[in-house]
Design a protein around this ligand. Sequence first.
Ligand code: ASP
Length: 439
Amino acid sequence: MAKVVKFGGSSLASAQQFKKVGDIIKADPARKYVIPSAPGKRFAEDTKVTDMLYECYALAESGKSYKVKLAAIADRYREIIEGLGLDLNLEQEFTIIEKNFKERAGSNYAASRGEYLNGIIMAAYLGFTFIDAATVIFFQEDGSLDEEKTDEILSARLEECEKAVVPGFYGAMPDGSVKTFSRGGSDITGSIVARAAKVDVYENWTDVSGILVADPRIIENPAGIEVITYKELRELAYMGFNVLHEESIFPVRQQGIPINIRNTNAPEDSGTWIVGSTCQKSKYVITGIAGKKGFCSINIEKDMMNAEVGFGRKVLQAFEENEISFEHIPSGIDTLTVFVHQDEFMHKEQKVVAGLHRLANPDSIEIESDLALIAVVGRSMKSARGTAGRIFSALAHVNVNVRMIDQGSSEQNIIIGVANEDFETAIKAIYDIFVLTRL
Ligand code: ASP
């Protein structure tokens, strides 16, 4: 049994947090490969080390004084090293960083030092081998991951080590310069290492006890999700669930390695399992509810639309020409409605309308704004009768007018459009009916 364990910034923000992490790793000998993030916030108003590094490098790049900022970053690490009682000095590392700042090594390089230095501390604290991610994770010229080279070199390197620390978030370009993934990218490193080491589990440790059925800002103390499939998570993530970096799913998904989301501050909680497929039914008929505000609908009508071959293409071309992506396109016999993000659409509105007239020659076009979309997601919905009925009677009961319904062909999700102002009421009503009353 082998596991990759990735710890997020809040799990490594201070010496005290580091100790919790150390205890978690030592409690299970299968926890062989550790992926640390950079130190995150210690309290609400604190600044993440990654953000401090971006700011510091921006000063250096524009020729302003950056020394105070760099010293504050060094202090964050010193505090951790001293708190752990380690015999470790990062002075030389900071001299190199400063030299590279002066030589304009780039903001990617600067940001990557957050996890690099944390990795050095973590390896010293645990007595594990330190592997610089720039020597095992490779990007191609276009900035995408060089999967083949990474997998080959990384797995060979990991095989040589009984236990190792690989800092998250960065790798190397073909010319050897450092490049980072997008923000939150240590999750991706964890997934890449899990695939290369062919581990049994990828544990992703954060500061919540797994994924919740609904947004805790809307539902007080929502239930947790025990098991969720990659597919369900994709649907919910797209609609605003913010748990893992979305790109981190693919490397482990290919190998059938499950991800276990755990809480560093409550390690006894079993968290959420993200799996390829499962025979386990979700506890409730639905697995999760997510949603977003700020959509517009463009309702296009034309008599005998159904008989006109290519009508849909012409309509979508008007959006494509203006570089607007669409969310949903429910259609009727003589109508077709396109849902788009309001902020993307607003300033191009009249150009799109003109394009629609030119390309599709419709009878009428009606635009409605301030709409919200809610996704009700669940693998068990397929086999449960009356799910849609229950959703809509719950919404009718709280006087929410449903503006759009779209059931994905996977039958794993139902998308509902409501007015922005009904968003929270609608989510509460759906949560109540499936989770609280469990009708
Ligand atoms: N430290 C990086 C960030 O703040 C990457 C990560 O934490 O995953 O985005």
